[in-house]
Design a protein around this ligand. Structure first.
Ligand code: ME8
Length: 526
């Protein structure tokens, strides 16, 4: 059986997650579910990144010990993923004992093989990013990642010899074009970080305590990124007594990360793996961001929107659909209340909802809700819909495997539109006027069959992202969702004994656009 291992970054448990942060999780969950439907043994890893100065500061601000603070925050994250029905297989916390022990072993290994050496570090430090920068990396004297003020700091520290591996890394990039998706991110890494000269990375701190101690030199704690990145293998039991999951699932098939953390995942992570003599992930997919009209989502600007707020009002599937549909592979996506309501009313209520409703109503009206199966009529218009279904499946698979997720939804919705048009073209109500004619009857049966079979295909195609809607569609079509697997997309003509429900139910309730736009705006101001 094929296996598929997909990871999300581990989240900083330092505040409420907005829809942008939830995006990574929704994406990874969809990828996992797609592979489950394909019958692959799939494993999704997520968790929380709980060490470091930033978290320690947050805990102190809240008047708590760091561990007490991260326990509460991790619980909140788990609650949200539960509400969003994220189907993860393991939730790792970097404060888990097994992780701490494994990271300590990894550090000692690097030390022993000479990849880590002791020195003194002086540089410009950005506290929120927990990163040191050289003079030349600063942008207008500020942090190149977040733009905030940096401070000159000096400390005894251990360093990782990045220079030893960088040549190998670039060679690996060139020989493995699937490693980095989309491919333009590779050039960014080379131009911005590798060409200017990749410096050795400072991998310990002595300025604070909230981290994993270096076993052989306990006044040092391990740099939070070295600690965090290794979660992808420690979660599977690497360097523990039971490493069976590691043996089964590593290397990861897809590691999904946002663009802000591309540097850590595309440079440092592969180098750490090389130093451990482990295979690299097959693909690291860097996604773009959900942004707002006035730039980044931030509480101070008053433009933040939380997933719970949208889910409670519009449902989980509508929220997930919007997020995935709006963030293209080539640029950031823009969240607007207008856009959200438009997609809700137009894509979900009108296009998909109405298609289902009209089809079920006609099946009831003309055939009492029952149909034997495919009657083999070869009308041009039917054949052209069949052809479109076939190409939709191919194009969807192609887009999906190429990590073009917004596009994969666009492809499904093209079929939805085409099928709505098919009803207008075949004019079933005209055929129904003369049911005495056997020819008309067969034509009408063929139309209704094509509608129902196409709706079943659509229900399967949206299933990785919108399981509730898929279940709902299948139930109304009289089909069992438990039996659904991806392969059934090949069985277009094989539906038998169709029994749709007597009265269709709306998949999504149309909303008043102006009212809802104002409502979402009011949420953002809160
Ligand atoms: O980076 N749109 O954690 P994190 C889309 N702990 N994605 C967004 C976003 C937005 N507006 N804002 C944030 C960390 N994200 C580290 C990871 S992994 C070894 C350590 C995404 O909680 C962001 O790009 O800051 C990242 O993928 C995820 O949210 C978690 O970010």
């Amino acid at each position: 059986m094929n296996k598929f291992y997909v990871t999300t970054p581990i989240y900083y448990p330092s505040g409420k997650f907005h829809i942008g942060t939830a995006y990574t999780e929704v994406l990874a969950d969809m990828v996992k579910r797609y592979h489950v439907l394909k019958g692959e043994e799939s494993f999704l890893l997520t968790g929380t990144d709980e060490h470091g100065q930033k978290i320690e500061n947050k805990a102190r601000e809240a008047g708590m010990e760091p561990k007490e603070y991260v326990d509460i925050q991790a619980e909140k994250a788990i609650e949200l993923w539960k509400k969003m029905k994220i189907d993860y297989d393991k939730y790792i916390r970097t404060t888990d004992d097994f992780h701490i022990e494994a990271v300590q072993k990894i550090f000692e290994k690097f030390l022993k093989q000479g990849d880590i050496y002791k020195g003194e570090y002086e540089g410009w430090y950005c506290e929120p990013c927990e990163s040191y920068f050289t003079e030349t990396q600063l942008v207008d004297g500020n942090c190149p990642d977040c733009g905030r003020t940096v401070y000159k700091m000096k400390e005894e520290a251990y360093f990782f010899k990045m220079s030893k591996y960088v040549g190998r890394l670039v060679k690996y990039y060139d020989e493995n074009p699937d490693l980095i998706k989309p491919s333009y991110r590779k050039q960014e890494m080379i131009n911005n970080f590798i060409k200017p000269g990749l410096e050795d990375l400072c991998v310990t701190r002595t300025s604070f305590d909230w981290g994993i101690q270096v076993k052989s030199d306990p006044k040092h704690v391990i740099y939070v990124w070295l600690d965090a990145l290794t979660n992808y293998i420690t979660a599977l039991g690497y360097e523990s007594e039971d490493d069976s999951l590691f043996k089964k699932f590593w290397p990861a098939d897809a590691q999904i990360v946002g663009k802000d953390i591309a540097r850590f995942h595309l440079i440092y992570w592969p180098i750490f793996l090389m130093a451990l003599d482990l295979p690299l992930p097959k693909t690291i997919f860097v996604h773009n961001w959900v942004t707002m009209k006035d730039g980044k989502m931030s509480k101070s600007v008053g433009n933040v929107i939380y997933p719970e707020q949208l889910i409670d009002r519009y449902g989980l599937d509508a929220t997930k659909y919007y997020l995935i549909r709006e963030v293209p592979t080539s640029s950031d996506g823009l969240f607007t209340p207008e856009g959200f309501v438009e997609r809700f009313n137009s894509d979900l209520c009108n296009d998909l909802g109405n298609l289902l409703n009209r089809s079920i109503a006609m099946c009831n009206k003309y055939f009492d809700g029952k149909l034997d199966g495919y009657n083999g009529l070869k009308n041009d218009v039917d054949l052209s819909l069949e052809e479109m279904v076939k190409t939709t499946i191919e194009n969807f698979d192609l887009a999906f495997s190429n990590f073009e997720f917004a596009n994969s939804l666009k492809i499904i919705w093209k079929l939805v539109s085409r099928t709505n048009k098919y009803i207008d073209e075949t004019e079933p109500w005209k055929l129904a006027k003369d049911m005495e004619s056997e020819d008309n009857q067969e034509k009408l049966k063929s139309v209704i069959y094509h509608l129902i079979a196409t709706l079943k295909q659509i229900a399967i195609l949206i299933r990785p992202l919108m399981e509730e809607t898929s279940d709902n569609m299948l139930r109304q079509l009289g089909l069992l969702s438990e039996d659904i697997v991806w392969n059934q997309l090949q069985n277009y003509k094989e539906l038998k004994d169709i029994r749709v429900i007597e009265k269709g139910e709306p998949l999504f309730q149309r909303v008043d656009a102006n009212e809802e736009i104002e409502y979402i705006k009011s949420l953002m101001k809160k």
